[in-house]
Structure formats: C-alpha cells, structure tokens
Design a protein around this ligand. Sequence first.
Ligand code: GAP
Length: 486
Amino acid sequence: MSKNNDELFKNVVSHTKEYGFVFPSSEIYDGLSAVYDYGQLGSELKNNIKTYWWKSMVQLNENIVGIDSAIFMHPKIWKASGHVDGFADPMIDNKDSKKRYRADNLIEDKIARYIKDGKSEKADQLQTDMDAALAADDLPKLKELIELHEIACPVSGTRNWTDVRQFNLMFSTQMGAMAEGSDEVYLRPETAQGIFVNFLNVQKSGRMRIPFGIAQIGKAFRNEVIARQFIMRMREFEQMEMQFFVKPGTEMEWYAHWKESRLKWHLAVGTPAEKYRFHDHVKLAHYANAAVDIEFEFPFGFKEVEGIHSRTDFDLSQHEKFSGKKLQYFDTVENKNYVPYVIETSIGLDRMFLLTLCNAYEEQDLSTEEKQDSRTVLHLHPCLAPVKAAVFPLTKKDGLPEKAREIMDLLKLDFNLQYDEKDSIGKRYRRQDAIGTPVCITADHQTLEDNTVTIRHRDSMEQERVNAADLDTILGKLVSWKNLLS
Ligand code: GAP
C-alpha cells in the first residue's frame, strides 16, 4: 500500500469508529481479534446493503426465493461438502515466539519485500514455486521455501520453524447439556450448505421449476488465523449467497448471465467501473467447471468481494450419497429425473460494507482565498445512506424547533431521520456530510409564514427552497429503490 493509500485507509477506519459505523468487539476488554461490532449507523448501512441485494435477487426475480436456515447443521453435512477434510490453511509455528502463521502469507510478505527491494526476478521465482507447492498440496515444499529464502518470524526474529500442517478453519462446539456423550457440531463456514440441504423442501413446497434460485443472507464463521485489513477477513462475518439450479448442460449460459448481472448490481450504486475487475480462477476446485471473483480496488489493492462459481452437481450429489436421500428434480419437459447443476453467487456483506465506505469517503478541501475550510464527506447512494435526511430549526427559539419537529413527525415513519439543533448550521451540515446524509432540511422564520423550507444537498452543497408539504414526495423520489433496480 502506498503511503497515501495507507493513510487514507487508516482515516477510513478511524472515521467508522468516530461516527458509530464499526467498533472493535469487546473493546473495554481490549478487543477480540478479527471480530467487530456494527454501531448505530453501521447497522443501518448494513441493513440497506442487505435490502438492496435481497430486492435485486428475490423480489425482482420471480424464480428466486429466499430462506433463512440455521447456523447449526448436522455434522455429516460438512463431511459431505468436503469442509471436514479439505477446508484448511497451511500453517507453521515459530518455536521461539510460539506464534502461528499461514505459510503462504509468510512467503507472500517475502515476495513483497523482494519487489520493494527491486529483486523482481527472485520475487517471480518465489511466486511460481509457491503457487506450484500450493497447487500440489506439497507442505514440505512450502517449509523448504521458507527456509531457503531465510524467512524469519516477525516477532522472535528466528528461523526456528515447525513443519507446515493443515489447520481446519471450522469452529466446533458441543451440542447438548453435557460435553461428554454429546455431539460435536460446527458453526457453518458458509451459508450455501443450508440452501443445498433444503433444495427439495423449497422446490416442492414452492412448486419451483428449473431454472430457479434460492437466496440466503446469514452469518458464517471461520477460524481465520491471520486477521488482516479490518473487516476484510473476520472470524464471524455475513454472506449473501444464491444457488441457481439449472439443467445440466446449460450451466455456462447461466454462469455468463450471473457474471454480468452481478457486476451490474455493483455498478448501479455509482462506483466507477475501473474500480472493478474480474479475476478468473486458473486452478479450479475439483467440483467447479468455471469460477470467477469480482474484485474491487481497495486502498490496499484489488481484492475479492464476490465469487461466482459453476459448482456442477457436486454438492447435491454428495448430499445424496451421505444422506441416502434422493435430491433430484423431475423435469416435465424432458420427462426425466436429474440432479441439477448449480451456479453460485456469493458476496461477503462485510466486504461490501467496507467497499461502500472506501468508495464513498472523501476529504475535501473547500478553502478559498478568504478562508481555510475542509470537510469529510461520505458520497453514499441515497438508498444506502443510513440517515436519509436531517431536520434542523435555524435557531433554538421563535417556535422554530416546534416547526422542525412537526416536519420531522410527518416524515419519520417513512424515512430514517435525524433532528439536530445544536451548534451553527454550518457545523450541523458538516456532521451530516460525515455520515453521508443526502439532504438537510432547515426550518427558518419564513417557514412559519409560508411553510417553505430549505433543502441543502450533500454533494453539490446547493440549496433550494421547497414547500414542506412536498417533502414526502421529494424524499420518496430521492431514496426510491427504483433508482437502483430498474
Ligand atoms: N459458498 C462459497 C464461499 O463461501 P468464499 O469465496 O469462501 O466462497 C465468499 O466466500 C465470500 O465471502 C468472499 O468473496 C468474501 O467476500 C466473503 N468472505 C469469505 N471469508 C471471509 C472472512 N473471513 N471475512 C469476511 N468476509 C469473508
């Protein structure tokens, strides 16, 4: 990360805390690593992102329905899905500091140092060797590379390493009152399996016909050993996933469809297209026949936000095998049964939240020849903004607070509003700019005479005078989901 981007990212992170978007979890006990809480404005923004996704997936597509499956699931599900045996990271411990690291992260850091020192040939060679070792699951080779390139523990500074071992990322706990004799269950590491195991329940109860999709938003848990970049990689996070069930042989058409459709969803909020790119997977998971990541350019570089995977019939077939139950669809057009193929779209809600904030955040210099001035503003799309409008009385007297409250009462059932009468109007505007409120409404002495108010727009900072009776319509148009979804 360049110094400017590094600073920018630090400022975004501290802004989220200062204004009540994100707090470190359990902060008064010094926090819990890679776990975060969403504050009063963060939970509003998060809910708005969820609504945007849910409406675009479930409400706009007649053939997609949504479910809410449990976090605890039968342990066999994770055996069938491959998570018990294969959902692991290669880890290595330093015997002196007792610190544990992801072997590939240690090597990546070394590659970054080679690049910084202008040793690009060495960096390329190490990258190639690491990719080959990871692709072949060759753990001794990873250790050999760490030793060969003299990688030391950042804490102890020594090269006294254990062997590289696979470390499963699933959290487990005991179900039942007694630990003894009770069953070990896992906290789900993805929401997708809750959809697969309900495939027939939804298909039959909803009389769904292929092609159709099942969507879900929910928590997922992964024991990530290395926590990086704030809410990018957390141990408890949320996913918005959709599994689209199709006739075998048609999956590539649907894969292309969802790739395009999902990028369109990202761009509709006004994010510049050059901030996004597709990254095709070169090495496909054994169950996939195509996979792509949608990456966004964060201040720390392009990173995955969403994955689109053509998962063949792997998951449903595995659950057929492990449960002994048929998970097939009778196609009345083809007059035959088959296990559907699946296209998955999977986006991390927390990463989308961070993306939205990084993209919206701006420190603006408003200085003129006469005076120095600046503001921090979040250019959030009005549909996503946590507060839709702020209502101010110009002063705290002459009946203006009562008038402003009257306006607020008319609007607050339909819109999330804030009332503020403290400090100068200028300071109040700045506070709302910093949390991304699209408009501020001020009641002044003229309001008492003709019921007109001023509306001040966040991005242009321009003001206009409108009738207070029209505010409902004006705000309704401003935050209508039609602006994003049609
Ligand atoms: N069902 C497919 C699946 O879970 P994934 O690539 O492992 O695929 C999907 O995860 C998305 O979930 C990622 O693109 C990312 O946005 C988000 N995600 C994954 N691990 C995460 C973590 N530890 N913290 C925050 N978000 C995460």
